[in-house]
Design a protein around this ligand. Structure first.
Ligand code: NAD
Length: 327
C-alpha cells in the first residue's frame, strides 16, 4: 500500500535531500510525497528539480503556521516528516521572534492538524543543540534539555510540544536529534558552504573566537538513513539521537577546507566569538544503532571532498544565493 507522506521544509537543505532520496532509485518505492514549504530565504525550488516531474511528487507553497492549510493537507496524508524551521543560530541571535513563531507555533499547528485528521506517524526532526554544550562524553536522549541560543531554545520547545502530543493524546510522535549536517545543496550561510564558496572566490573566511569549538559532522546521506529508520521502524514517543562519528574543532575543519580549496591560513580572519557559543556538542547515538541498526556510512574525508567538488561544479546553484546569505 502506498504511504502518503507530508514533508515540511522539503525545499531546504536536508528536507530536499530526504525527498530526492525517497523518490530516487534507492527509495522505498511505495511512497507519495507532498512538500509543504514557505520558500523563505533558505527554501529553494531548485533543490527539488530532480523530483519535480516524478508522478509521486507534489509541492504546496505555504506556511506551517497556517492552521487551515495544515488541516486541509493532513486529511490526505498518512505520515508527516517535519523539517520546516528557521535554522540559523546567528539569525536567532539578531532576532528570535521568527524562530519562536515557525519552530514552536508552527510545530504545534501541524500537530493539532495531524491529531484532528488522525495522521499516523509524525517524525519531528530536531537537533543536538537542544542539549546545550557538553564538555566531555556524549549526551544520551535522557539528558535534560539545556539550550543556549534562541534557535536551540525554540527547537527544544518544539520537541517538548511534539512529545506532549504523544503523552497526552497517544499520537505516534517520534523525535530525532542529529548533529551538524554537511553535504551538497547547503545554503551558503552555514560554516562549510560559506567557507567553501568564499575560498573558491579567493575571499577571507571568519573563524569565531579561538576556533576550538567542537562539532560532530553528519553527512546528509546518513541523516536521511537515520530518519528513514525512525519513520519505518522507530517506537512511538521515543527520541533518537543521530550522530556522524566525526568530531572536529572548527580550526581543524577550517584546515581541511583550506586544503580542499587550495587556500592557506592567510585566508582566515579570527573574529569575535559568537554570543553564547556552545563549546561542544556530542550525542550518544547508541539507541538508534542498537534498536534500529543505524551506522554512519559516509567516511568524512570522502564526504567532504565530494561536497567541495559539488560546490566547484555548481556555481550556478550558489552564486545567486550569496546576497540572500549575507546577514
Ligand atoms: P534549512 O534552513 O535549509 O531549510 C528550512 C526549510 O524550511 C526551508 O525550505 C524554508 O523555506 C522552510 N520553512 C521555514 N519556515 C517555514 C514555515 N513557516 N512554513 C513552511 N516552511 C518553512 O534547514 P535544514 O538545515 O535543512 O534543517 C532542516 C531541519 O533539520 C530543521 O528543523 C533543523 O532545525 C534541523 N537540523 C538541522 C541541522 C543542520 O546541520 N543543518 C542539524 C540539526 C538539525
Amino acid at each position: 500500500m502506498t504511504t502518503r507522506i507530508l514533508v515540511t521544509g522539503g525545499a531546504g537543505f536536508i528536507g530536499s535531500h530526504y525527498v530526492r532520496t525517497l523518490l530516487g532509485p534507492d527509495g522505498p518505492g511505495d511512497v507519495r510525497v507532498t512538500v509543504l514549504d514557505a520558500l523563505t530565504y533558505a527554501g529553494n525550488p531548485a533543490n527539488l528539480d530532480a523530483v519535480r516531474d516524478h508522478a509521486g511528487f507534489s509541492f504546496v507553497h505555504g506556511d506551517i503556521c497556517d492552521a487551515r492549510l495544515a488541516a486541509r493537507l493532513m486529511a490526505g496524508h498518512d505520515q508527516v516528516v517535519h523539517f520546516a524551521a528557521e535554522s540559523h543560530v546567528d539569525r536567532s541571535i539578531l532576532g528570535a521572534a521568527e524562530f519562536v513563531r515557525t519552530n514552536a507555533t508552527g510545530t504545534q499547528t501541524l500537530l493539532d492538524a495531524a491529531l484532528a485528521a488522525g495522521v499516523g506517524t509524525f517524525v519531528h526532526v530536531s537537533t543536538d543543540e537542544v542539549y546545550g554544550s557538553v564538555p566531555t562524553g556524549a549526551t544520551p536522549e535522557t539528558a535534560p534539555l539545556a539550550p543556549v541560543s534562541p534557535y536551540a531554545a525554540s527547537k527544544a520547545s518544539s520537541d517538548l510540544i511534539a512529545l506532549s502530543y504523544h503523552r497526552t493524546h497517544g499520537m505516534d510522535v517520534r523525535v530525532t536529534r542529529c548533529s551538524n549536517n554537511y553535504g551538497h545543496h547547503h545554503f551558503p550561510e552555514k560554516l562549510i558552504p560559506r567557507f567553501v564558496t568564499t575560498l573558491l572566490d579567493g575571499g577571507t573566511v571568519p573563524l569565531f573566537g579561538d576556533g576550538l569549538n567542537v562539532r560532530d559532522w553528519l553527512h546528509i546521506d546518513d541523516h536521511v538513513q537515520g530518519i528513514e529508520l525512525v519513520r519505518t521502524a522507530g517506537t512511538p514517543g521515543r527520541v533518537y539521537n543521530i550522530g556522524g562519528g566525526t568530531e572536529l574543532t572548527n580550526k581543524e575543519l577550517t584546515g581541511l577546507l583550506l586544503d580542499a580549496c587550495g587556500a592557506g591560513w592567510d585566508s582566515v580572519e579570527y573574529v569575535e566569538d559568537r554570543k553564547g557559543h556552545d563549546r561542544r556538542y556530542c550525542v550518544d547515538w547508541s539507541r538508534i544503532r542498537d534498536e534500529l541498526g543505524y551506522r554512519p556510512r559516509k567516511d568524512f574525508a570522502t564526504g567532504l571532498a565530494e561536497t567541495v567538488a559539488w560546490y566547484r561544479e555548481n556555481r550556478a546553484w550558489w552564486e545567486p544565493l550569496l546576497a540572500r546569505a549575507a546577514l
